[in-house]
Structure formats: C-alpha cells, structure tokens
Ligand binder design. Structure first.
Ligand code: NAD
Ligand code: GLY
Length: 360
C-alpha cells in the first residue's frame, strides 16, 4: 500500500492506494468518531462492492446503513441529493455518523456535498472506484451537484477524513471509463509535471492494459500533484484553478450536450485540446507541442475534438463558468507542456477560433 498526505493542518488526511483495501476496515476505523457509518453508493457499484465493504466493517464492529443512487451524471442533481438526506434522516443518522462515498466521482461529489450540509456537517470518507475519482475527484474537497445552467454550480469545499483507493475495483471498470480517467491523469503532466508527461508517453499502453504497477504509479503521481496544489490553495484563490485545464471548454460540452452524453473525462480531453490550440494561436506553444498533446490523447483513446455545437453556444456556456470574474473569463492555458498559466485576457474572437478549429 502507498500512502500520501493532504497537508491541510488540523484537517490533513491520508490517501491510501493499493489492491484489496476495501476489505481492510482497520484503515477506516481510526477515522471514525463512532462505530457507525452511512454508505452512499449507486446501482452499478453497490452490487459489486457494497457487501464486501459492509462485511469488513461489521467484522470490525462498525454498524452500517446504505443508500443506492441512480447511476450517472444525469442524476447529479437536487432530486438525487435528496435521496441521501431522506436516507440519513430515515435511519436517524447523527452528526457523529460518518458518511462513506463508495463509487466514482458522481457519487463522491454528491455524497461529499450531502456530508457538508447534513446537520451542518458530518464527517465523510471517500472510497473512489473509478480511475478518474482515484486520481482526482476524491482528493481536495470539492463537492457539488450540477444545475441545468451549469456544471458543478451548487456545492461546497468540504474535505474528507480519508481517501481509500482500492485499485482492485478498477478491474470491473469499463474500458471507456478507464480512458476517461486518463484524461485527468494526462492533465497533471500538462499543467505541472513534464517528467510525468514523458512517463505517460512511454507507458500509456500499459495503463490501457491495466498493468497494476503502472496504474499505482499513475494514481500516486496524480494524487501527489493534486495534494500539493490543494495544500497550497484549498479554496482556489489562485493556483488551484490550474487543475481545471480543459474544464471550462469541457463543462460547456457536458452542459451543451446534456449531462451524461459525453463522459466528464472525454469532455476534459477535448477541452484540453482547445486550450492547447488557443495557447498555440497566442504563440505560447508550438504546433509540434500541440501535436504531441494530441498524440497522447489519441493513444489514450480520448477525443481530440469537441462535438459540433455552435461556437456561440460554447461561448455562452463558458461565460457562466465559475472562473469568470468581473465578467472576464479566466482560462487555463499552456506556456509549455508542464507549464500551465491562468489567462484572463484572451479575446473572444481568438477563443472562438480555437473552439472552431477543434470542433468535429
Ligand atoms: P462516475 O461516477 O459516473 O462513474 C463512471 C461510471 O462507472 C458510472 O456508471 C459508475 O457507476 C461506474 N463505476 C464506478 N466504479 C465502478 C467500478 N469499479 N466498476 C464498474 N463500474 C464502475 O464518473 P467519474 O468519471 O468517476 O466521475 C466524474 C464526475 O467527477 C463528474 O461529475 C465530475 O464533475 C466529477 N469530478 C469532480 C472533481 C472534484 O474535484 N470534486 C474532479 C474531477 C471530476
Ligand atoms: N478538479 C479540479 C479541482 O479539484 O480543483
């Protein structure tokens, strides 16, 4: 097992990464206030892993209840969030009960938000079961639901007590979901870790083949990058925004097509290509670097162009992004591979041209 720390003072927490951790309740016990948990999962992950987790907890003397949500990004909304509150209240969960999110980023984001609000805050633990959630969404305390007018628009910063990433759960992950997770892995190389990008160029096929050592290395390196950024800028006053490379374009794709049409990671990949395209048009990176970025996404089985939505629709959706400040869109662009910057002065025409060049 590998362990990293998210250094947030008295709210610091460990990230454990390894095979079979789901059966090891002794990793969870030290983080519980009381031996009682409420598990939030969904209709796909529950049948695969819920019984195992509950058995491990029960053998360790921890009682558990569970609520299963409908699956998918289209259900990351108020109505589904309420199912969690219904269950917590119905089961008379207390503030000292720990909420456990067992699933991908959708379950983790919704369960985390529910934990932040239930009785004004209950402790929670992330047990991520997708590559994307193990490398990104389970770490850092961003929790949210979607609104029809914008992705992740209703939410809170709320840190977990623990992240338990059992890499064996990735065995059942569909290939398309694994590839979507790779978009966020590639992102770390692009924004701040050139050596990791080079490693990915040499090892992307191993990751696609689910080579265990390669996966553990990529998850650990991704989490290390994320933990470092989050520790320095927990609530995104500055540097943390870099983690959103490709996301402003990507969120427009997700909202524009309707949540769930494209996977989040797929939208991020196309969005990263739009950001690379714009960076190139500004003269910040070369065409050869854009080509290199495109190649790694292609090899990972990810889209390198967005869907054919009207450019005006992209721009309108992007204007509602959380990174808009005083009406100015702050984009994450590249000054090189491994060197992302926040840029608030891109001309609308240039942004539109980059989108048009990277639309199907
Ligand atoms: P997801 O949660 O929808 O999971 C993908 C699919 O895989 C779902 O159908 C799920 O039921 C299924 N699944 C999960 N684990 C499985 C397993 N082990 N075996 C088989 N099937 C499994 O999607 P995701 O890609 O994990 O997360 C995407 C979400 O994460 C988006 O809503 C995005 O906004 C959010 N996100 C949040 C942050 C953050 O910092 N909070 C960062 C990145 C992404
Ligand atoms: N995924 C962006 C962040 O956590 O800040």
């Amino acid at each position: 097992m590998r362990t990293l720390n998210v250094a947030l003072g008295d709210r610091a927490y460990p990230i454990h990464i390894g095979r079979g951790l789901l059966d090891n309740a002794s990793l969870i016990l030290p983080h519980l206030k009381k031996p009682r948990v409420a598990i939030v999962t969904n209709e796909v992950v529950g049948p695969l892993y819920l019984a195992r987790l509950r058995t491990a907890l029960s053998n360790a003397g921890v009682s558990s209840t569970a609520v299963s949500l409908p699956d998918g990004e289209a259900h990351k909304d108020w109505q589904t969030l309420n199912l969690i509150f219904d269950a917590l209240l119905g089961d008379r969960c207390e503030r000292s009960t720990t909420l456990v999110a067992l699933g991908g980023g959708v379950v983790g984001d919704m369960a985390g938000f529910a934990a932040s609000a239930y009785q004004r805050g209950m402790p929670f633990i992330q047990v991520p079961t997708t590559l994307l959630s193990q490398v990104d969404s389970s770490v850092g305390g961003k929790t949210a639901i979607n609104h029809p007018l914008g992705k992740n628009m209703i939410g809170a910063f709320y840190q977990p007590q623990l992240v338990l990433a059992d890499t064996a759960t990735l065995d059942t992950l569909p290939d398309q979901e694994l590839k979507a997770g790779l978009a966020e892995v590639i992102k770390y190389g692009l924004i701040r870790d050139y050596a990791f990008f080079v490693w990915l160029e040499a090892n992307i096929e191993k990751l696609l083949a689910r080579d265990h050592d390669a996966l553990v290395f990529a998850i650990e390196r991704s989490c290390a990058n994320k933990a470092e950024v989050v520790a320095r800028d927990e609530t995104e006053q500055g540097e943390r925004a870099l983690l959103n490379l490709g996301h402003t374009f990507g969120h427009a794709i997700e909202a524009g097509l309707g949540y769930g049409e494209w996977l989040h990671g797929e939208a991020v990949a196309a969005g990263a290509m739009m950001a690379a395209e714009l960076s190139c048009r500004l003269g910040w990176i070369s065409a050869a670097e854009v080509e290199r970025i495109e190649r790694i996404h292609r090899r990972a089985g990810l889209p390198v162009k967005g869907p054919a939505l009207p450019v005006e629709q992209y721009l309108a959706l992007m204007a509602g992004d959380k990174k808009v400040e005083d009406g100015r869109l702050r984009l994450i662009l590249l000054r090189g591979i491994g060197r992302a910057v926040i840029h608030a002065d891109a001309a609308r025409a240039d942004i539109g041209a980059a989108i048009a060049a990277r639309c199907a």
